[in-house]
Design a protein around this ligand. Structure first.
Ligand code: NDP
Length: 455
């Protein structure tokens, strides 16, 4: 089988890669394991030096990486530059902090000495998606490698060029030759790779079905997993919200990465009292964004990453409208060979419609009007997902109370769009997955939290 990189703006095939044979993939795992036997003894300052070199390479080549992302999955080039820079910051963050995060923790007991120490697990398989083709990888790899692990990457089939570019960054930075390797394989080979005895853990970011398949296999093999799956983040617009702010935060949250983000704002739960005014301001914001060729530095929204994903999104919109949702903006597939989908706003969205029940992985907002705060919280939690959420209110005490006590999700932002921040843990509950990335929590996912007790 060949893995093809197809430009979603033009439909052209950019490159074809021969899929690796299973034996070749297994050999790469063996080599990654070999590499980590020395690597886990390398002192932290030395590991950090290489991580800082990787950061430098990311910054120096940010525009090239951004063009690669634009060509392979349609990300506007200015977002791609920001993504490469965010990866550089992640490398530096863990270069600066890994040793402190993983310092042995003394715990007083009746022993002469008892403490917790953190040892690397070994080779970690990363199954990664196309939406942030660099960031999703680095936010696992920077802490994972700093902790002393090796990594093998099975990237999404539509971003093979990004996968190879990331492998090259680790090589050029001077990491041991096989410490970070890309496996050019389709998802059909993932089960066999999980079975490899030297693969000790798996991290996956992607859809629920992919997460289930990987978790089932890893569960059968008793191997640790971290899953970062989809989301349908609710944004609660309360009756005391600054509506200009609500509209701005909502549009920013919905349109991040042309709408293709697990933590994009998806359901806008708006109190009846402010609903009309919010709709007007929100539609205004959603209608002025510039959609076009992602290589153009002015472009704010590119095409969707693949034509099939765009078509699936449109089917969700059409089904929701046929069930009674009203379209305030967009909802029409442009006459263009690219996989474009315009910013779209649906209102009067109700339970039973795809826009309420499912994840909308594109620039489509679903407004769900509700009568009061209690109803807003109930709707927010009425989802199989639990990744992020936001509350917009002028009363910060009210926002904090709802965030801490009421909302079922991995994070809640008050008066700001949800985003990932290196200093803060990131991850979900319910069908959004489990485990945490980033911060001190993320680096502790792929270590053996070992108790040492000296009587
Ligand atoms: P997938 O979940 O199918 O792909 C994500 C990664 O998982 C890819 O590397 C993919 O490989 C791999 N994969 C897929 N199926 C399996 C499997 N059975 N076993 C092992 N690995 C597997 O996402 P899609 O690209 O199909 O996107 C579909 C939807 O997924 C989106 O519309 C969105 O809802 C959600 N999604 C969520 C993301 C997030 O950030 N949480 C990111 C991307 C998608 P391959 O590409 O070779 O199939």
């Amino acid at each position: 089988m060949t893995i093809e990189s197809i430009n979603p703006t033009t439909g052209e095939v950019l490159a074809r890669y021969e899929e690796m044979a299973p034996a070749a993939a297994a050999k790469i795992v063996d080599e990654a394991h070999e590499a980590l036997l020395d690597w886990r003894r390398v002192p932290y300052p030395e590991r950090a030096g290489l991580m800082r070199k990787a950061a430098e390479i990311l910054r120096d080549n940010a525009l090239d990486y951004a063009r690669l992302m634009a060509n392979e999955m349609g990300k506007p080039v200015r977002d791609g530059v920001a993504e490469a820079e965010k990866c550089a910051v992640a490398c530096e963050f863990y270069a600066d902090n890994a040793e402190r995060f993983l310092a042995p923790e003394p715990i007083a007991t009746e022993a002469a000495n008892s403490f917790v120490t953190f040892n690397p697990l070994g080779v970690v398989l990363a199954v990664m998606p196309w939406n942030f083709p660099f960031w999703q990888v680095f936010r696992f790899a920077a802490p994972g490698v700093m902790a002393g692990n090796a990594a093998v990457l099975k990237h999404a089939s539509n971003v093979p060029g990004c996968a190879l570019a990331i492998e090259a960054i680790f090589r050029e930075a001077g990491f041991p030759k096989n410490l970070f390797r890309t496996l050019m394989v389709s998802s059909r080979q993932v089960e066999a790779i999980i079975e490899h005895p030297l693969v000790k853990a798996v991290t996956l970011t992607g859809s629920g079905p992919a997460g289930r398949a990987v978790a089932s296999k890893a569960g059968a093999m008793l191997k640790k997993t971290v899953l970062e799956l989809g989301g349908s983040d609710p944004y609660l617009v309360l009756d005391d919200a600054d509506l200009e702010l609500a509209a701005a935060v909502s549009a920013k949250g919905r349109l991040v990465n042309s709408g293709q983000s697990c933590i994009a704002a998806k359901r806008f739960i708006v109190l009846d009292k402010v609903r009309r005014e919010f709709e007007e301001l929100f539609v205004k914001r959603m209608s002025v964004v510039r959609m076009g060729n992602p290589l153009n530095p002015e472009t704010e929204i590119g095409p969707q990453a693949r034509h099939d994903l765009r078509d699936a999104l449109h089917r969700q919109v059409e089904a929701s409208i046929s069930m009674g949702a009203n379209s305030l903006l967009g909802g029409v597939v442009p006459n263009d060979r690219g996989a474009f989908y315009p910013p779209t706003v649906l209102t009067d969205v109700r339970k039973g419609m795809p826009a309420y029940d499912e994840e909308l992985f594109g620039p489509v907002a679903a407004i769900i009007p509700v009568k009061d705060e209690e109803a807003a919280i109930a709707v927010a939690n009425d989802s199989v997902f639990g990744l992020g959420s936001a509350v917009i209110t002028r009363d910060l005490g009210r926002g904090e109370r709802i965030a801490t006590e009421k909302i079922e999700s991995g994070c809640v932002f008050v008066n700001e769009a949800v985003r990932s921040d290196l200093r803060l843990p990131f991850g979900g509950i319910k069908e959004s997955g489990y485990g945490r990335e980033l911060s001190t929590y993320g680096i502790k996912e792929f270590v053996n939290i070992k108790t040492v007790y000296i009587a």
